[in-house]
Write a protein that binds this ligand. Structure first.
Ligand code: AMP
Ligand code: MG
Length: 416
């Protein structure tokens, strides 16, 4: 028999709530250093390492927010005012003259405001006749103008460091005429699956074997986050093989992800191994699925020992690992997890104690959010994740839920 570790000799090894576990993780992590300069398109999914300072105003000049007429507000009276139309201003072709008293210029959306004019009257409010436009009363001074620098002012912080770039950020950077930005280097994540029963795809299954799906799930989740990934394959439940794998991973990556081998029965020797090579900060979380999830470090590499069950892998990844990877990648501030209420379409059995993450199908029907369970909820049933579009989150103290009662849901789409 293997010797029991100190943690095992304690009456009960502590099990953390979801929020305590998240706190324990985030209080330890600090972002990786290292950066590179990339072209705007390559910044998609990357984290800004420096503030992006606006080198110009956006918009660059005062311009019209509507199609209509540029007028001098002082000309407008209490009744309908007739103005002489002296030209047209297009977005790419400004009106170069001056709008004098009693005059107006026809103007298109985005066209610079001609000199002399200060107000835009929308086309629909006017009528025109023989080179004149008739403006009804009730206009407001300065209406329908977009002022230079209103969106981004020259010299100001257009995007703060720590921002992860999505489509809007790429467009915003381009709107400033900036061709490249400084981003953090990609996080390097090594991962492997553990289990004597695991077969890699491409060969027939032997007796008692299962295909290793977790490495593909993790490949998908990590690729989508923009990590540099190191797939180390399957490692047998063998102390020497595991030690070699942990050492190699720790030498090559910022983060090590493993799946399997953390549940009762297999846990002891992995825990002892990690405690010998590094440190295990915690081992158990009060969640379902995914109760055994190890967090710690080996050398400078952070370690997340995920459960083996395929659904538990994704639950623990989304609830703990993903935000940890974002924090390590320099994302700051981290977005708060967003949850909202939906009515349970059916009753759900739950025992108080653990926080449960069920897989749900959320639909908005007649203006109401209604969520039903997405098929069989076993922690090995990956199909439930595929058929679901959200987690149904039942907090620790929650018991049975009756049909129609409100439950919290967390959309998968918001998890990326
Ligand atoms: P474990 O956490 O190692 O006890 O594994 C729990 C369950 O998940 C067992 O049924 C394993 O066969 C299964 N499992 C573990 N690793 C994988 C994997 N990489 N792919 C698919 N199933 C797995
Ligand atoms: Mg195993």
């Amino acid at each position: 028999m293997e010797q029991k570790s100190a943690q095992d000799r304690s009456p009960r090894s502590p099990s953390l709530s979801t929020s305590d576990a998240r706190r324990a993780i985030f209080e330890r992590l600090s972002p990786i250093t290292g950066w590179e300069r990339v072209a705007v398109r390559d910044a998609l999914g990357r984290v800004l390492a420096e503030d992006v300072i606006a080198p110009c105003n956006v918009p660059a000049h005062d311009n019209s927010a509507m199609d209509g007429y540029a007028v001098r507000f002082a000309d407008l009276g209490h009744d309908e005012t007739a103005l002489a139309v002296v030209g047209t201003a297009f977005a790419g072709k400004p009106f170069t003259g001056i709008v004098g008293a009693g005059q107006a210029v026809r103007i298109m959306t985005g066209a610079p405001i001609p000199q002399g004019a200060d107000t835009i009257v929308v086309q629909e409010a006017t009528r025109s006749e023989a080179g004149r436009v008739f403006v009804p009363p009730g206009q407001e001074s300065g209406q329908n103008l977009r002022l230079a620098g209103e969106d981004l002012a020259i010299g100001g912080v257009a995007l703060p460091r720590g921002k992860r770039c999505g489509p809007a950020e790429l467009g915003l950077i381009a709107s400033l005429g900036i061709a490249d930005v400084v981003v953090r280097r990609r996080l390097r994540v090594a991962f492997f699956s553990t289990g004597d029963e695991l077969a890699s795809i491409g060969r027939p299954l032997g007796p008692g074997e299962v295909y290793d799906s977790n490495r593909y799930t993790l490949f998908g989740a990590l690729s989508r986050l923009g990590c540099d990934i190191l797939d180390m394959g399957v490692v047998q439940d063998d102390p020497a093989a595991l030690e070699a794998a942990f050492r190699e991973a720790a030498g090559n990556a910022d983060v090590i992800l493993t799946s399997g081998g953390v549940s009762v029965g297999e846990a002891d020797f992995i825990r002892e191994l990690v405690n010998r090579l590094g440190e295990v900060a915690f081992w158990k979380i009060d969640i379902k699925p995914g109760r055994p999830m190890a967090f710690g470090h080996i050398g400078d590499a952070w370690l997340f020992g995920l459960p083996g069950n395929p659904v538990a892998v994704l639950v623990t990844f989304y609830q703990f690992v993903q935000d940890a990877l974002l924090a390590l990648s320099g994302v700051s501030p981290l977005p708060e997890p967003v949850m909202f209420e939906a009515a349970a379409a059916e009753s759900i059995h739950k025992r108080p104690g653990r926080r449960e993450f069920l897989r749900g199908q959320l639909a908005t029907t007649g203006g109401r959010n209604i969520v039903r369970l997405a098929g069989t909820q076993g922690s090995g049933v990956l199909r439930s994740m595929s058929e679901a579009n959200c987690f149904i989150v039942l907090p620790e103290d929650c018991g049975d839920v009756a049909a129609g009662e409100p439950v919290l849901v967390q959309l998968f789409d918001g998890l990326v």
